[in-house]
Design a protein around this ligand. Structure first.
Ligand SMILES: [Zn+2]
Length: 282
């Protein structure tokens, strides 16, 4: 096991022990010095859930909670689950299931209500929501924004962060304002798959060298992620599980020690209220 003398958190990845590499990927992450993981549920349709009834999404969440518990056994720190509805679900509901945008919105808000119950019970750390990163009709866009606003209200109510999947952007202040208006501080909104620069939410920066360096230079709170999808059909579609520990080593070599602490200790505490140092068994 390589020692990096710091917690190393991958803020957003997926694991599919059934079809993908599962715990082998966790062990690879840990071997390179990784310590903590935030595991986001897979899109529901990838687990065969094709329903308009929010209750039918429970197995997706239960599976993710089990995976996080198992991953914790393979880490020097621990893993936490993040639960929600993938924003692409709205297109599946509208285009394939014949839902109106309003019906799709209601379904997705119901799915988030259930995810929030798991947070309330202490079984999940945060919520996941967002809006499509591709072109959609105005009605679907509006409905997606309503889903996201509902997630913010739930985050405020349950005192938890909300990770977002959105279009690529360096300015999401309008979205962060929607969160603030519902009582969720902007810094507890996390834009997953962020570049190095972002106004509004806290960026969870994809761990390409350029973007990580931009974030490190900025000196602002940020997180690091791979969005590893653990899908054997799409190898190399995203960054692999070794990437975050490798980039931490690289940041250290470049003299960005403060940025390492920002991304792996201070920002996780600020956003999620988690203590990555005390949860390290040393
Ligand atoms: Zn993802």
């Amino acid at each position: 096991m390589e020692e990096l003398q710091t917690p190393v958190l991958d803020n957003h990845l997926h694991l599919d022990p059934e079809r993908g590499r599962g715990m082998e990927a966790v062990e690879e992450f840990a071997r390179l010095g990784g310590t903590h993981l935030l595991i986001v549920n897979q899109p529901s349709w990838k687990l065969g859930v094709d329903s308009t009834d929010p209750e039918e999404f429970r197995p997706v969440f239960e599976t993710t909670i089990e995976i996080a518990a198992e991953a914790t056994d393979h880490l020097p720190g621990r893993a936490w689950p993040i639960l929600g509805a993938h924003p692409g679900l709205i297109s599946r509901l509208v285009d394939e299931r014949g839902c109106s945008p309003a019906e799709a919105r209601d379904c997705m808000q119901g799915v988030l209500d259930i995810a929030a119950d798991y947070v309330e019970e202490g079984d999940a750390l945060a919520l996941k929501s967002g809006r499509p990163h591709y072109e959609v009709s105005d009605a679907v866009w509006e409905a997606s924004n309503d889903v996201m606003k509902h997630a913010f209200a739930l985050g405020a109510e349950r005192d938890c962060a909300v990770q977002l999947h959105t279009e690529a952007s360096e300015d999401l202040t309008e979205v962060a304002d929607w969160a603030e208006a519902r009582g969720l501080p902007a810094h507890r909104v996390v834009k997953h798959y962020a570049g190095g620069r972002l106004a509004g939410p806290t960026p969870s920066v994809m761990s390409n060298k350029d973007w990580i360096e931009t974030a490190a230079e900025a000196g602002e709170p940020f997180l690091m992620e791979t969005d590893f999808i653990d899908d054997p059909d799409r190898p190399g579609a995203v960054l692999g599980p070794k990437t975050v520990p490798r980039r931490v080593r690289w940041l250290r070599e470049q003299g960005y020690d403060d940025a390492v602490r920002t991304a792996h200790v201070d920002t996780p505490e600020r956003v999620y209220g988690i203590d990555t140092e005390s949860t390290l068994a040393r």
